[in-house]
Structure formats: structure tokens, C-alpha cells
Unconditional design. Sequence first.
Length: 116
Amino acid sequence: QLQASGGGLVQDGGSLRLSCAASGMTFSSYFMGWFRQAPGKERGFVAAGRRGRIYYADSVKGRFTISRDNAKNTVDLQMNSLKPEDTAVYYCAVSTTGWNGQYDYWGQGTLVTVSS
């Protein structure tokens, strides 16, 4: 099970930190990542990481940072310089096949709203 938290309302240029806690199994061997779904759009990849291998969507490079604490079974997403187009429901997820493979476990989502 994955539990995401940390969403909220922030102004353009602001920052938020999302956190995802995993329980029920250990995910240290797998990619943990974040996706987002904006209103009226498909869910899209944001970032993922595993053992020093980190990947970001082009749209968030330089602004978002993903980090993991395998001892705590958590993955965080630090989001800086937020823009209104970052407004979306953010989901954490785990892939057992690779950062660009199928994601097998999903959290419930947390809403991020960036006001202009």
C-alpha cells in the first residue's frame, strides 16, 4: 500500500513537498516514482528513482527533486518554482520492471493546486 500526502494550494513560484509512505512490503529494490493527472488530461510521468538512477520528465527538470529513504520505505517529491500548469493530482507508484515500465502499485493521489 502506498499513501501520498503533502498536496495543497500554493501560489505561482512557490514550493511544496509531497511524501509517499509504503507499507506491506519493501520497495527498496524497485523504482518508486511520481505521476500526475491534470484536469481533462491523461496521467503522465513526473519522476522516478532507484539506487542512484533518477529520471525526470522534461517539464519538471531543474524544479522538482525526487528522493528516497529506503529505511523508511518512503519517496518524496520536492517541488520548487511551481507553475499553474503543475496543477494536478499527484500519485506515487512502484514499478517492478523499470522506471519506464509498468507501475504495479499506486497510491491514492494528492491534489496540488498552483494559483496564478
